[in-house]
Write a protein that binds this ligand. Structure first.
Ligand SMILES: NC(=O)c1ccc[n+]([C@@H]2O[C@H](COP(=O)([O-])OP(=O)(O)OC[C@H]3O[C@@H](n4cnc5c(N)ncnc54)[C@H](O)[C@@H]3O)[C@@H](O)[C@H]2O)c1
Ligand SMILES: Cc1cc2nc3c(=O)[nH]c(=O)nc-3n(C[C@H](O)[C@H](O)[C@H](O)COP(=O)(O)O)c2cc1C
Ligand code: SF4
Length: 461
């Protein structure tokens, strides 16, 4: 860690880092120039595959492998979708890249399109990022004018058009098949997989969907080589034959109760504690941490005893979390009530469920109703088991839903209850001293919604 030099954020401190002039002055687009001259698309795919790069959008799927699923003999067109929807709570690393170094993102995008034989790329951009929109569009215009985009790029015979598609303001638009539906002009309802987009995606054609940070990494892999990339991070675990390793630099966003919230770059495998102390400046007001979300809200929580976990694709899973996710670290200090965490999380996912699958639609809304009731001082101890039962039965992992939003809703519930049960039980007992022991059903709170008023729940107990 001592000798680590930022790669993805290397240029962001320079004045006007978002402009083509500054990007070119630091060697920008030289990698593209060389690759188009010296490497075939297959060689670019091979280098990315050898690097061990895993998707930075949250799931950590190996990028080169995903590209190799594209049908080799397809007549085209093949599409590249750049996932810049970035709606995971606690995550803003794509934003930093797009606002401060948009040409780095574009160079990675053009190289990836060349590798995958895509001739059109859509950047699906979170609507709430207006500065990123302006900077990216300006960068695209500059790249066209300089011959890095458009027909016959740099005389290579390769052509690519890039369009920005501004998002529709919903979390589900970032799920790759929801994103594809949204670009097609429809409601962002995720599709059942398989087929995965690599086989049948946008306009039913083979499509690669990759996160902004993944594509930025591609630029550096082609520039410095797969071996350089593999020299950063964590090699495969000898105990787990399914672990391909966690290589390369990663952007971590640190927010919540820390002294220096921000987006920082570190090698994969750095401990969560080091991130909070070294980069985040420690927990604010000299307090201790109580709970930390390691990789965006959907990954769940770590307890304060688990902060030495390595932040790679394996570490948070070994602590019961969904995964490394986006690397969005949210710190909650020792005074923060976990009922608030549960309530905020359940409210978010109930609001964002697209409603297609019954277990997700109903499960997220029941969970919210139960947590609201607990928070209002009408909780029962058995409610915690009821919440766990809901959480254990929604999602792709238990096999009951179309997409992973429900898994993301489940993990904060599971980890908060399993790791902070005593605190939550104390809360229930303190706020409902006469009713906490009952096992009898109690009415949901009236949430004021018309449908709730029309069909009151008649639990008489
Ligand atoms: N970046 C954000 O703002 C954000 C927001 C919400 C969730 N997430 C993350 O999203 C993650 C879940 O993503 P997901 O549901 O897309 O995960 P996933 O595992 O289903 O897919 C990951 C990627 O691998 C590809 N893939 C997987 N198996 C494949 C196969 N057999 N053939 C071809 N391609 C295959 C998928 O097409 C996809 O591109 C969560 O872990 C969460 O961390 C990120
Ligand atoms: C509900 C939901 C929302 C998602 N939102 C995003 C997102 O905003 N950005 C993103 O890159 N990936 C998001 N993903 C993951 C994508 O579906 C997909 O895995 C990713 O874009 C693939 O890129 P990568 O391989 O480069 O990580 C989301 C997944 C789910 C289930
Ligand atoms: S799991 Fe939830 S968000 Fe995903 S498709 Fe089903 S209802 Fe929609």
């Amino acid at each position: 860690m001592e000798s680590f030099e930022p790669v993805l954020l290397a240029n962001i401190q320079r004045p006007d880092s978002h402009t083509l002039a500054v990007y070119e002055a630091t060697g920008g687009y030289q990698t593209l120039r060389r690759a188009l001259r010296e490497l075939s698309p297959a060689q670019v795919v091979d280098e990315v595959r050898r690097s061990g790069l895993r998707g930075r959008g949250g799931a950590g799927f190996p990028t080169g492998l995903k590209w190799s699923f594209l049908p080799a003999d397809h007549p085209g067109p093949i599409y590249l979708c750049v996932n810049a929807d970035e709606s995971e709570p606690g995550t803003f690393c794509n934003r930093v890249l797009m606002e401060l170094d948009p040409h780095q993102v574009l160079e990675g995008t053009i190289l990836s399109a060349y590798a995958t034989r895509a001739t059109t790329a859509y950047i699906y951009l979170r609507y709430e990022y207006p500065l990123a929109y302006r900077r990216l569009q300006a960068a695209i215009d500059e790249a066209y004018a300089a011959g890095y985009l458009g027909r016959n790029i740099l005389g290579s015979g390769f052509s690519l058009d890039v369009y920005i598609h501004r998002g529709a303001g919903a979390y589900i638009c970032g799920e790759e098949t929801g994103l594809i539906e949204s670009i097609e002009g429809k409601r962002a309802w995720p599709r059942s997989k398989p087929p995965f987009p690599a086989v049948e995606g946008l306009f039913r054609k083979p499509t690669v969907v990759n996160n902004v940070e993944t594509l930025a990494c591609v630029k550096h892999i082609i520039e410095r080589g797969a071996d350089w990339f593999r020299s950063i991070g964590v090699p495969p675990s000898p105990d787990d034959p399914r672990d391909p390793g966690s290589f390369g630099p990663k952007l971590f966003c640190i927010s919540g109760h820390v002294n220096k919230p921000g987006c920082y770059e570190a090698p994969l495998g750095i401990s969560c504690r080091e991130l909070i102390e070294k980069f985040g400046g420690g927990v604010w007001k000299g307090r201790r941490a109580k709970a930390v979300v390691p990789g965006g809200l959907s990954t769940g929580v770590l307890s304060v005893d688990e902060l030495d976990v390595p932040m790679d694709f394996v570490g948070p899973v070994q602590k019961g979390c969904l995964g490394l996710g986006t690397g969005g670290v949210i710190v909650m200090d020792e005074t923060y009530p976990m009922i608030e965490f549960l309530h905020n999380s359940c409210r978010f996912f109930a609001h964002e469920s697209c409603g297609q699958c019954t277990p997700c639609r109903e499960g997220t809304s029941w969970a919210l109703q139960i947590v609201r009731r607990i928070k209002a001082g009408r909780g029962r101890l058995v409610d915690l088991d009821l919440l766990l039962e809901i959480a254990d039965n929604i999602g792709i992992i238990p096999g009951t839903t179309i997409c992973g939003l429900a898994d993301g809703a489940a993990w904060p519930i599971k980890t908060a209850i399993r790791k902070f049960r005593e605190e939550l039980e104390d809360y229930i007992k303190r706020t409902n001293p006469t009713g906490y022991k009952t096992r009898r059903p109690v009415p949901a709170l009236d949430n004021g919604s018309p449908s709730h008023k029309e069909s009151p729940v008649s639990f008489q107990g």
